[in-house]
Design a protein around this ligand. Structure first.
Ligand code: UFG
Length: 329
């Protein structure tokens, strides 16, 4: 039996592929390589194509005995989604509808889904619990929430069992340095800061220092990408043993301001990392911190790399040895 991982060539997807392989699972990847990198797959069985290609999906489900799907394939930039909502509904919601249709056609009834803290929008309570209100402030968050609901209705109708994992801020890289984070253009805080340390940018812009936080910059809950990968593995074990539809937050339960992240990067890289304060970025909540107690009690998930310094060290190890990412050596 194999596990189909859609979007497995992307940042979180590729770390999950590697983790599953390291656990001895047989993995097949489907990725359109719009954002992903084939080099990150390290030779995993791979189909280049879209989740919207139903003929290809059907071919994959016929050729391989697929036990479950781990579903990452999606457009995932909050700002871009505000400018291009129709693309996000098409890629994310319609794409997932087609994937699930083919799963049901081929009697595959288990899925682990890459959801997001962006489903909550501006939080009412900190730390955020799964039962808190979901009011997304972007089409990206809306599409992920719509997919979570699609899964719930498909459980009722077809017995599809899903585990949706709402990630907070994924960061870091494979501790062994085999793969890492490479987005073009880069928009995430830690890789941007490390690009300054590599001399590729002059400074880091701090998007707003007038938030109601301890130093005025935004607070986020950074979670090691390999701890996220491990949670997908535990979610699959849960579906195997006790198949039930569920939603879990994944974070460390601890927040760091943008300024604290930059300071940690200074310590790890020994680079002064100059900063400039610029305007707030549209749609950024002041503080996002997860309560991941449910994932701890029901999945047995406990982050192995909770320290921000370790997360940055692993990211730095990869960026230092791959200063221009995957394709551009
Ligand atoms: N930031 C800066 N300067 C930069 C880049 C980011 O100050 O150059 C700030 C942002 O304003 C934010 C924090 O750093 O306060 C983290 O920003 P990221 O872009 O790294 O991450 P986000 O919190 O915006 O978003 C991430 C994922 C989303 C997901 C969200 C859920 O990228 O897909 O977490 O928490 F929806």
């Amino acid at each position: 039996m194999s596990i189909l991982i859609t979007g497995g060539a992307g940042y979180i997807g590729s770390h999950t592929v590697l983790y599953f392989r390291d656990q001895g699972e047989d993995v097949i990847v489907l990725d359109n390589l719009e954002k992903g990198h084939e080099q990150a797959l390290l030779g995993t069985t791979f189909y280049k194509g879209s989740i919207q290609d139903e003929a290809l999906l059907s071919q994959i489900f016929k050729k391989h005995t697929i036990e479950a799907v781990i579903h990452f394939a999606a457009s995932s930039l909050v700002g871009e989604s505000v400018a291009k909502p129709l693309d996000y509904y098409e890629n994310n919601v319609l794409g997932t509808q087609k994937l699930v249709k083919q799963m049901i056609n081929h009697d595959v009834k288990q899925i682990v889904f890459s959801s997001t803290a962006a489903t909550y929008g501006e939080p009412k309570n900190i730390p955020i619990q799964e039962t808190d209100p979901t009011n997304p402030t972007s089409p990206y968050g809306e599409t992920k929430l719509a997919i979570e609901k699609l899964f719930q209705w498909c459980d009722e109708a077809y017995g599809l069992k899903s585990i949706c994992l709402r990630y907070f801020n994924a960061a870091g890289a494979d501790p062994q340095g085999r793969i890492g984070e490479d987005h073009t253009p880069e928009s995430h805080l830690i890789p941007i800061v490390l690009q300054v340390a590599l001399g590729q940018r002059k400074n880091v812009q701090i998007f707003g220092d007038d938030y109601q936080t301890k130093d005025g910059s935004c607070v986020r809950d950074y979670i090691h990408v390999i701890d996220l990968a491990a949670a997908h593995f535990l979610a699959l074990q849960k579906l195997r043993q006790d198949p039930k539809t569920a939603i879990y937050n994944l974070g460390n339960g601890k927040g760091f301001t943008v300024k604290e992240v930059i300071e940690t990067c200074r310590v790890v890289t020994s680079h002064p990392i100059p900063t400039v304060v610029s305007d707030r970025r549209a749609g950024d909540p002041a503080t996002l911190i997860a309560s991941a107690e449910l994932a701890a009690s029901e999945l047995g998930w406990k982050p192995n790399y909770p320290e921000l310094e370790t997360i940055v060290q692993h990211a730095w190890k990869w960026h230092e040895s791959n200063p221009t990412g995957y394709n551009k050596k």
